[in-house]
Ligand binder design. Structure first.
Ligand code: TGC
Ligand code: FAD
Length: 389
């Protein structure tokens, strides 16, 4: 397995164990069926509880229901899951970074008690509703609104969210909405049970990317939620954006895993496949491709490792996470295309992983902030000038 600068040696015993556990899980439980799920457009739902049992949801949170691992161990789990398939890593990212993290960071004691154990063991599924049909890259323009209910005991939600991972299978939706009852309509988070009246979670069909993942829309039509559904300790865009930082960190690691899987498929194929009387790996053109991929994967991996150290000591800035998400996903996109090319005609089938990773990366390049948006976040950080509008 590619580890060109020997990062393995720096892992402690716990990190190695966690990495090996996630790798074995992917080999035994993900790889055998993932192509069938990708072709059928389904998520292997039996893995939801299994991943909970293995502690893959928000393992970096300090809570009795979670695995209480360090940031590097968490990153390694994301790396191995995405080497299997982005749909599997997405499941873990949404559940852990986008639903459990905000409940842990901004929730009430009752919300933490109700949801964290169930989400951690996979007996409940969460989803994160930020994007709207007309507001993707600029979620601050969201139209979903919360108004005080007539009895004053809760809120009534109206609006719609789209492209929401897990929405059709979720028990709880964290919906971000403008609170019309407060001055300046601040954005607030609402934990909405999906069996409430007034909420729908329809499936989105026809995806050609991220097929082994369930994606849906959320409709909110006079959906009443009690006051106890509001995340009490955050208000403003900082709430959803800080969740994104957690998930983007995981994606920076996951990208390394998916790219590594493409590289390994290409290396093996090139040494086995014979043309013109010998393995294609003997041609300089093929070696150049492998050398380039290995170099880019290694530098992306180093960036992920550095991020883990910064995050562990509380020094990681969101802009640094943007740089890593942007770089590592673009690196994976290039690696997947090159690997697919090296596999020739066989490379366009589900018999090999690169084309599936190549299809998936189009989503990952776009969600959690598009490549362009992360360019502008880093650009603003470097110049002090925001170029979004
Ligand atoms: P802005 O005015 O810049 O900031 C508002 C407040 O938030 C703070 N902040 C952050 N905090 C933590 N992490 C971040 N990444 C943060 N970015 C900003 C900021 O300090 C400020 O705090 P305060 O205390 O001063 O109020 O916010 P803005 O609304 O102008 O945002 C600008 C922009 C474009 C960067 C932001 O809207 C953005 O990142 N857009 C991209 C949208 C996006 O990434 N959507 C993702 C939806 S979820 C998803 O895709 C899930 S896929 C999951 C899966 O399946 O794996
Ligand atoms: P737009 O914002 O309309 O962007 C279109 C194009 O314009 C992009 O190329 C973009 O880079 C470019 N662009 C936009 N603004 C600028 C600018 N200022 N400067 C230069 N270029 C710009 N969202 C959730 O809330 N929860 C989820 O669980 C979730 N899961 C998803 C799962 C999948 C499979 C997909 C595809 C998306 C998911 N999303 C989710 C939504 C995702 O976050 C958005 O698709 C993403 O933020 C981009 O928004 P958009 O699709 O509306 O594109």
């Amino acid at each position: 397995m590619l580890d060109y600068v020997g990062l393995e040696a720096d892992l402690n015993e716990e990190e190695r164990l966690v990495r090996d556990t996630a790798r074995e899980f992917v080999d035994d439980r993900v790889r055998p069926d993932i192509d069938d799920h990708f072709e059928a457009g389904t998520f292997p739902e039996e893995l939801i509880a299994e991943m909970g049992d293995l502690g893959f949801y928000a393992p970096n949170l300090d809570h009795e229901a979670t695995a209480n691992l360090g940031e590097r161990a968490y990153g390694l789990v994301m790396q191995e899951l995405e080497a299997g398939d982005s749909g599997v890593r997405s499941m873990a990212s949404v559940q852990g970074a986008l639903v459990m993290y905000p409940i842990h960071a901004f929730g009430s004691a009752a919300q933490r008690e109700r949801w964290l154990p169930a989400l951690a063991d996979g007996s409940a599924v969460g989803c994160f509703g930020l994007t709207e049909p007309d507001h993707g890259s600029n979620p601050s323009a969201m139209e979903t609104r919360a108004e005080r209910s007539d009895d004053g005991d809760g809120y009534v939600l109206n609006g719609s969210k789209t492209w929401i991972t897990n929405a059709p299978i979720a028990d709880v939706a964290l919906v971000w909405a403008r609170d019309r009852s407060a001055a300046d309509d601040p954005v607030r988070g609402f934990l909405v049970d999906t069996d409430r009246e007034g909420i729908t979670t329809n499936h989105i069909d026809g995806k050609l990317s991220m097929r082994a993942s369930v994606t849906g829309e959320i409709g909110l039509n006079d959906c009443y939620v009690p006051e106890s559904a509001v995340l009490p300790d955050v208000s403003g865009m900082k709430g959803p954006l800080s969740c994104l930082t957690q998930a983007r960190y995981g994606i920076a690691w996951g990208a390394v895993g998916a790219a590594r899987d493409c590289f390994e498929a290409a290396r093996e194929y090139a040494t086995d496949r014979e043309q013109f009387g010998g393995p294609i790996a003997r041609f300089q053109l093929q070696q150049e491709k492998l050398a380039e991929m290995a170099t880019e994967i290694t530098t992306a991996q180093l960036l992920a490792y550095r991020l883990a150290d910064l995050k562990e000591r509380g020094d990681l800035r969101p802009q640094q996470v943007s740089m890593a998400k942007r770089n590592n996903v673009a690196m994976w996109r290039d690696a997947a295309r090159t690997a697919r090319e090296m596999l020739g005609g066989n490379g366009i089938t589900t018999d090999y992983s690169p084309m599936r990773h190549l299809a998936n990366v189009e989503t990952v390049y776009t969600y959690e902030g598009t490549h362009d948006i992360h360019t502008l976040i880093v650009g603003e950080d470097l110049t002090g000038i925001a170029a979004f509008e």
